[in-house]
Design a protein around this ligand. Structure first.
Ligand code: PLP
Length: 394
């Protein structure tokens, strides 16, 4: 028997279910038009909301930092990897998020895994939205806290759980995505903050898809709801709208001090390269200089969503540029995406286990770098193949 039987069986199973996929190889920068497996296509599958991933100003800042500081941080943050540029980035991010302090991490995933596990333990209770991101789920597992999942955005259910369980625990942490990444809807933050006050709970918002998208100058979902200072932990990513890589938590100074001793990714994994920090400083400057980037993003998103709805597509409850196109059936969703790809439109299918069975959809990611002609061509192709597959009526 093969030593690798477990892996062979799983891959065979994926292939039998037609859910096996190859990882596409990208031969161009991440732009509105992208080259994948040597074919050019309209890119509606990236988190590069503002076009910063290939922006000349960010590239220039990165090049200059490489000349001054080299390519690697050379150490974990807490030993010798916290360079002047990282310090500056933390200070600028704290101002941008209007919070006391910011702690940088290597990624948003890393930040959730590191922060949740550091701030809670077995005596504590975590109340987590059913649709929270995988990195939150992993952070909660690492924490060994008691976890209860509340139905998506169901504030009555959250209140019930607080009422029933809060008093049995030292701390209680309510965790929610700010923007839900597969549906594009928002957390009901004002109600969550009010409940947290009533029940003496801490609020933790993962705003990976809100940073650079919502709020004034892209300050995020907390700013969108005018709740700055009232959320205890706001997680952001530097890998989506901000265009580069990295994650951070915006919080109180005392929490930051605590994390520098307790968050394991800061103690055991090398800090971000200095060029990353430099390009992100440039990105923050650009966001605060002009709302042109976020304005264009929303103009494109509003246009696309209005057209898609008028054409008869079911886009669910999206309130952001993340636009799901619900198909429900898994195999049909994959066939739809393949047909679009053959016509030069790249929209990734989202199926089980990323979303529950029977909730399959395409997920259209709109960005500021799309031109109206890209969106129109995508809409034409969506209609053509949706009619052929009986997803909308002809
Ligand atoms: C993408 C995402 C992350 C991970 O961020 P990275 O910086 O890509 O690691 C975390 N949380 C949510 C909600 C996300 O959408």
């Amino acid at each position: 028997m093969s030593k690798y039987k477990v892996f062979e069986d799983e891959i065979a199973h994926l292939k039998a279910n037609q859910t096996y996929r190859e990882i596409p190889i990208v031969q161009s920068p991440n732009e509105a038009i992208i080259t994948i497996n040597h074919r050019e296509m309209i890119n509606l599958s990236s988190n590069n909301y503002l076009g910063f991933a290939n922006h000349p100003r960010l590239k220039q800042a990165a090049k200059a930092a490489i000349d001054t500081y080299g390519v690697g941080a050379g150490a974990v943050k807490t030993i010798a990897g916290h360079m002047q540029l990282h310090q500056q980035l933390e200070e600028e991010l704290a101002k941008f998020k209007q919070e006391e302090a910011v702690m940088l991490f290597q990624s948003g995933f890393n930040c959730n895994a590191g922060v949740i596990s550091a701030i809670t333990d077995a005596e504590d209770l975590i109340l987590s939205d059913q649709l929270n991101h995988a990195s939150i789920i992993d952070g909660v597992r690492l924490s060994r806290a008691q976890k209860k999942v509340y139905r998506h955005n169901d504030m009555d259910h959250l209140k019930e759980l607080l009422e029933e369980h809060r008093h049995n625990h030292r701390q209680c942490l309510i965790i929610t995505d700010g923007v839900f990444s597969m549906d594009g809807d928002l957390a009901r933050l004002p109600e969550i903050v009010a409940l947290a006050q009533t029940y003496n709970a801490l609020v933790y918002v993962d705003d990976a898809h809100g940073s650079g998208v919502l709020g004034q100058s892209g300050r995020g979902t907390v700013d969108h709801f005018n709740l700055s200072g009232q959320v205890d932990f706001t997680i952001g990513t530097l890998s989506k709208a901000l265009g580069v890589v990295g994650g951070y938590v915006a919080t109180k100074q005392i929490v930051k001090d605590y994390l520098s001793f307790k968050a394991r990714p800061l103690l055991f994994s090398t800090m971000l390269p200095p060029a990353v920090a430099a390009s992100l400083l440039e990105a923050l400057t650009m966001l605060q200089e002009s709302t042109a980037y976020t304005d264009k993003l929303w103009e494109n998103a509003n246009y696309f969503k209005a057209q898609a709805q008028a054409l008869g597509f079911d886009i669910g409850h999206s309130e952001t540029p993340i636009t799901p196109i619900f198909v429900y059936d898994e195999a049909k969703t994959i066939a739809f995406s393949k047909a679009l790809l053959d016509d030069g439109v790249f929209i990734s299918p989202i199926v089980f286990p990323t979303v529950p069975k029977g909730q399959a959809r395409l997920r259209v990611m709109i960005s500021a770098v799309h031109e109206k002609e890209h969106l129109d061509k995508a809409l034409t192709m969506l209609v053509k193949h949706a009619q052929a597959l009986n997803i909308i009526k002809s």
